[in-house]
Design a protein around this ligand. Structure first.
Ligand code: TRP
Length: 453
């Protein structure tokens, strides 16, 4: 069975919305603001923008090209472009393992988010006067059963969408959700910016403080730029295999990158001014949206519950389309190996359900696992954000730059000569062959030396 038997996306708009749906997720709204806070606000933002537009977007185009050229999932796509040499399967396999690990952690955090959404709707999030939100978060994080149930609900929602198909499930949902997401986040920005004292938050987000950046911050910015665009793992190879033959890959990639960056910056604009207006601490780390934001909402003179509902709805919906893209990558890997779509998607759901449950109960409390002073969560976060994606991304650019035929790449990016591609030589010879590999390798090596002291 060939992957071309898969139904693909129906239009350019569908491609952009589906891929932006994958890109825009917890990475933009939960992770970006907190690591931006940790590494000096504007300084981190600048480095991040540089990496996203240069390295991230180049990778996006490489993955799309590999996917559309072969119409296969990553494990078979790379050997198909290397004259059938099986060894190149390694890039695809590494991506699959990474997707599998990322999805487990992603599901757990999505489960927290769904739970917060539910508690905002029922009002229990605010009902417990006297209990700090950090205690509330800790309580929740310590209740394994809750964590597992909400995570499973989320997993099932994604499975249903995948079973509806690429076009009628993933594409259709993304076309609806992405515009809604934009409206929700703009509404939150307006609220945040109209609070007294909001300007300090904007200053924090946009004024670069390079003293807090350091090597670790630069590594974090690179990791974030890959994670945020969903590249370096084969997800965009799979989505690339669904792109219509006449779609302009460069144009779509630019739009997807702009959407992704815009949502991350808007998330910062929605969060930091409100945090400052309430006199809270911006560099809180992973708890920023779960601990600080509820307190911020609670201090609003009006609309606390409404804004909490909107925010956690936004975060859940953004997470859903991203989790779906990871689930779809694993499903496509199995269907490309000959399995039918329904059993493949269900098998992935079962395997992820088991792994994510293990992750959920090993976070904190009595069941917490730790090794070398780091919790299991920290290790997973480190591996899935800082190590595996850059390694896989590095292999991908090396493959496209040095193994794949140059004419094949240009042929694919120009839609068989129908589009003019005057930028191609610069993109190929400068970015793909040299700048991206050198940047990825340097940051990877330095980062690992710095992290494992
Ligand atoms: N990009 C998503 C986010 O920012 C996460 C994600 C989805 C992802 N699919 C991926 C990350 C594939 C890496 C690879 O939340």
């Amino acid at each position: 069975m060939t992957a071309s038997a898969n139904k693909g996306f129906s239009s350019s708009f569908g491609v952009i919305m589906a891929a932006a749906g994958s890109a825009v997720g917890l990475g933009n709204i939960w992770r970006f603001p907190y690591i931006c806070g940790k590494y000096g606000g504007g300084a981190f933002l600048l480095v991040y923008l540089f990496f996203v537009f240069l390295i991230g977007m180049s990778l996006l185009m490489c993955e799309f090209t590999v996917g559309r050229r072969t119409r296969r999932a990553p494990v078979k796509a790379y050997p198909a472009l290397a004259g059938g040499k099986k060894g190149w399967m390694a890039i695809g396999l590494l991506g699959i393992v990474t997707c599998f690990l990322i999805l487990s952690i992603y599901l757990v955090i999505s489960g927290w988010t769904l739970n917060y959404f539910w508690e905002s709707v029922t009002g229990t999030l605010f009902g417990q006067s006297g209990v700090g939100f950090d205690v509330h978060f800790g309580d929740f994080a310590a209740h394994s059963v809750h964590r597992v149930i909400f995570m499973l609900i989320f997993l099932l929602l994604g499975l249903v969408v995948i079973l509806c198909g690429v076009e009628s499930g993933i594409e259709r949902l993304s076309k609806w959700l992405m515009p809604i997401l934009l409206v929700l986040i703009v509404a939150l920005c307006v609220r945040s910016l109209t609070l007294p004292g909001a300007a300090a938050g904007l200053d924090y987000l946009f004024h670069p403080d390079f003293s807090k950046l350091g090597g670790e911050g630069i590594l974090a910015a690179l990791g974030q730029s890959l994670f945020s665009l969903s590249v370096g793992m084969g997800t965009m190879v799979v989505y690339g295999s669904y792109i219509p033959a006449d779609d302009n890959i460069l144009k779509s990639s630019i739009w997807i990158t702009v959407c992704d960056v815009a949502i991350a910056v808007l998330a910062g604009v929605a969060i930091f001014p409100a945090v400052f207006a309430c006199g809270m601490e911006p560099g809180q780390g992973a708890g920023l949206v779960y601990v600080v934001l509820p307190a911020v909402f609670q201090s609003f003179e009006f609309g606390a519950q409404l804004f909490a509902i909107l925010f956690f709805l936004l975060l859940s919906l953004a997470a859903l389309t991203s989790a779906i893209s990871l689930h779809e990558t694993l499903t496509a890997f199995l269907t490309d190996a000959g399995m039918k779509r329904t059993p493949a998607a269900v098998l992935v759901a079962i395997a992820e359900g088991v792994l994510a449950s293990a992750v959920a109960i090993s976070f904190t409390g009595e069941t917490a696992l730790t090794a070398a002073d780091r919790t299991f969560f920290d290790w997973m976060d480190y591996l899935t954000a800082y190590v595996l994606p850059p390694v896989c991304a590095l292999l991908t650019v090396l493959f496209v730059g040095w193994i794949m035929k140059k004419d094949d790449i240009n042929d694919e990016l120009s839609n068989h000569g129908k589009l003019s591609t005057p930028w191609f030589d610069a993109f190929y010879h400068v970015m793909v062959r040299f700048v991206a590999p050198v940047a990825l390798a340097t940051v990877l090596v330095l980062g690992m030396m710095g992290y494992i002291k």
